[in-house]
Design a protein around this ligand. Sequence first.
Ligand code: PLP
Length: 357
Amino acid sequence: VFNFSAGPAALPEPVLRQCAAEMLDWHGSGMSVMEMSHRGPQFIAIAQEAEALLRELLAVPANYKVLFMQGGAIGENAIVPMNLLRGKTRIDFVDTGAWSQKSLQEAGKYGEAHVAASSAATGYDRVPPRADWQLDPDAAYVHICANETIGGVEYFFDPDVGAVPLVADMSSNLLSRPVDVSKYGLIYGGAQKNIGPSGLTIVIVRDDLIGQALPCTPSAFDYKTVADAESMYNTPPTWAIYVAGLVFRWIKDRGGLQAMEAHNRAKAAVLYDYLDATDFYRSPVQRDCRSLMNVPFHLKDKALDAAFLKGAEARGLVQLKGHRVVGGMRASIYNAMPIEGVHALVDWMQAFEREHR
Ligand code: PLP
């Protein structure tokens, strides 16, 4: 099948094959990676290689720590303010939809969460222009959701927010294209889209933001504790780190993030070009903010939604139903989705349109 799930999402087939081949006996150790001590030499080598590859792919500067954590991006919505308030109270949020709202609500338990800009008035169809953001120079940090997985709105610029650290939830677009890490104080994301299985959370944080956590911060979620222990303060999600390492290697072997970007832009263009060429389907997002990863679309007549999904499934095009909050359809086309999957989807959309026009 071609799997359009928003996450947990399809993983590259060669990675899954390698997992299967090594499942019972990793490199002649007689053990599965799942059965290894996280403190043993084999797993430490696996984790170190995964981190080195991630650093290489993203060109992470030396003054940033890469942390392998747990709790997901929703956990980070609390963990970030606990670590980054640093004696301040205000946090500025750019509200672009469901995920930035979730971050804002959670942060409000720890600080004064303020909406610096919002696209609510236009139905979350865009990123509010940077010129409209009302930022407080004394805020602890500015938070954005770099790609709204539900609404399909993506940033195609790194916002300049002056000296205030910029924090980005990149759960659904990290590793889809190059990113200038130095423009961010902190980047976080759950792994279950472009990185690997769920259970692993990636945090990339600038050194100077570490070490000032609120006293109530659980030790396992204090970036200093995690960084000092090289992500082994408590037992990390070992299997997820191993699979993530295989995905990083797969990306590198395919030409790194520039190659991923070209592949992702080509796929997204196939789908958006068709959406723009017909009035039978509609994209709800402004052109310059359309996500390369998550493509929501609506049928002209939503009474046809169930028939569309049923026919799609019959053709092996699965998990296309849109999020319940917005309805309609959503095609998530992460790195592992081949362009053939997008062509197969557009073929089906055209056939369905001809039948029901
Ligand atoms: N933020 C974004 C942008 C997401 O797409 C998701 C979805 O999984 C989350 C946060 C929630 O992440 P998790 O389920 O890993 O906590």
